[in-house]
Write a protein that binds this ligand. Structure first.
Ligand SMILES: *[C@@H]1O[C@H](CO)[C@@H](O)[C@H](O)[C@H]1NC(C)=O
Ligand SMILES: *[C@@H]1O[C@H](CO)[C@@H](O)[C@H](O)[C@H]1NC(C)=O
Ligand SMILES: *[C@@H]1O[C@H](CO)[C@@H](O)[C@H](O)[C@H]1NC(C)=O
Ligand SMILES: *[C@@H]1O[C@H](CO)[C@@H](O)[C@H](O)[C@H]1NC(C)=O
Length: 464
């Protein structure tokens, strides 16, 4: 008798537990909890994809309670967290990622406390071409004199203008009104002339969302720092893309803006790919750091540079960008290298109705690179073929990359410079974008949008 009552009590408890998670249906059968739907799908071997799950703003209960609604007890939650695709996001909304099959995803999306569930797309670093850095005639500018950039003009109310005679062609091009006269010079040499302003981005933070940056490279002079990584504390640049890009923005020898602070956010893996959730978390880290820096002495402003793209929209990523723009941060992105309409790529297409600047790739003859994306979503072009910059593993070495990834950092560098010269543009990304387009020059042959080439507005008739 005693044992019989015990059994019925535990049955009652089991039933009560079911009721916590889900009300009975009209047919009198309790619907499955999310946990049950998940388990059934996994048992049937349903294909899973990684999603970002975003809570509604009004949902202010603990995560434990949120998961409890889905049928998970604390032990189950630990099991979930141990799955490779699970990650709690430190981002603009309370959110997490999880690999789910379709039924499970639909079940989660239907919960009343969930704002939306979005695919966590894999994005790629622009499909760059790594040029062979062994067969070039680069003389590493090692001697002290290599870094004497003489002042060549000084005008009242104007910045001091300096010149660098051992620059790559891309630096020559952005400080010239004209197409480069090659005079027999090869693209992979450092014997072009760059003309720039002495302040050169001093006090500006440039955030490089990429494959990581070799912050120890001598050409960064200690101005490069690690801020964020989506890879378990691993900040290394295993691919080399991020170091090259950061070097174009702000290294001493190869950089447009030779005094900026560079902050590396590693969002791409050794194969140069990363997911939306990496980018969203990194953008949150940018806004948080920017807001902290705003109150510090000598701070001028922030630019975000990244060159990623892929198919498919992501509302959360767009929302993250809106917050970045609202904070007064400039964003440049590359058009990507697929010889396709950039408006069919994401987030490139977003540049059509936002302050985002999307950059196409032009070669030394002012021709659109064959693989550069094109069209109305390209804001302007930058020099991007055979760009010599910092190496990822050799602290004194170079790498040579080609692609829209190399064209876009130049824009970030020029923005850093303009922020010092035109304080009104510092925290106005839309006005900066319009200014860049207005002051760009030339005409890129073969382009069908944003046909002009980036210019650093020195207003000096440079012959590079
Ligand atoms: C959570 O939200 C509810 C209603 O929106 C509110 O009444 C409650 O005070 C909030 N609780 C906390 C801890 O913020
Ligand atoms: C990179 O790609 C290779 C070959 O496809 C693969 O074996 C490797 O696991 C990938 N690495 C990462 C970090 O995804
Ligand atoms: C970096 O330098 C090393 C050593 O010189 C070289 O083997 C490597 O290819 C370079 N990396 C890139 C991305 O060019
Ligand atoms: C931004 O990053 C992308 C890719 O990492 C790069 O191609 C591009 O040149 C960078 N743009 C600027 C302005 O730094």
């Amino acid at each position: 008798m005693k044992s019989f009552s015990l059994v019925s009590i535990s049955l009652l408890l089991a039933a009560a537990t079911e009721f916590v998670y889900s009300a009975p249906t009209a047919r009198g059968r309790a619907p499955e909890s999310i946990k049950q739907i998940r388990r059934r799908g996994l048992e049937k071997g349903e294909r899973t994809e990684r999603y970002i799950v975003v809570l509604k703003e009004a949902e202010n209960r603990t995560w434990g309670e949120v998961f409890n609604d889905m049928g998970y007890d604390p032990t189950d939650v630990e099991d979930l967290k141990a799955t490779p695709d699970f990650r709690m996001l430190k981002a603009f909304s309370r959110s997490f990622t999880l690999a789910m099959h379709n039924k499970e995803k639909e079940g989660v999306a239907a919960l009343s406390n969930i704002a939306y569930v979005q695919k966590d797309h894999i994005r790629f670093g622009a499909g760059v071409r790594i040029e062979d850095s062994r067969f070039n005639s680069v003389i590493k500018p090692k001697s002290k004199n290599a870094y004497r950039f003489p002042t060549i003009a000084r005008r009242d109310g104007q910045p001091n203008i300096q010149t660098q005679n051992n620059a790559g062609w891309s630096l020559g091009r952005i400080s010239s009104k004209h197409t480069i006269n090659k005079n027999g010079r090869d693209v992979n040499t450092l014997n072009f002339r760059y003309t720039f302003d002495a302040p050169c981005g001093s006090g500006v933070d440039v955030y490089v969302l990429d494959s990581g940056v070799n912050v120890n490279h001598v050409e960064f002079q200690g101005r490069a720092k690690n801020l964020f990584t989506a890879f378990n504390g691993d900040f290394r640049d295993e691919f080399g893309h991020g170091s090259n890009v950061a070097g174009i923005v702000g290294s001493r020898a190869y950089g447009v803006s030779k005094k900026v602070n560079i902050l590396s956010l590693r969002v791409l893996d050794a194969n140069n790919s990363g997911s939306d959730s990496n980018f969203i978390e990194a953008l949150q880290a940018v806004v948080t750091n920017h807001n902290k820096r705003k109150t510090e002495k000598g701070f001028v402003g922030s630019v975000v540079n990244f060159s990623i793209g892929g198919r498919g929209d992501n509302d959360l990523l767009e929302k993250a960008f809106q917050q970045v723009f609202a904070a007064g941060i400039h964003v440049t992105n590359s058009a990507m290298n697929a010889n396709e309409d950039a408006c069919t790529w994401h987030p490139q297409r977003y540049s059509q109705n936002s302050p985002m600047i999307t950059v196409g790739n032009a070669d030394i003859d002012d021709k659109k690179a064959a693989d550069s994306n094109f069209g109305a979503c390209v804001t302007l072009h930058g020099p991007g073929e055979f760009i010599i910059s910092a190496n990822n593993t050799d602290n004194e070495g170079i790498s040579i990359f080609s692609g829209t990834s190399q064209a876009s950092p130049g824009v970030a560098g020029v923005i850093a410079d303009l922020m010092l010269r035109f304080p009104k543009l510092r925290s106005n990304p839309q006005a900066m974008k319009e200014f860049l387009v207005k002051t760009a020059g030339g005409n890129v042959a073969g382009a069908t949008g944003g046909n002009k080439i980036l210019n650093n507005v020195i207003n000096f008739d440079n012959d590079p």
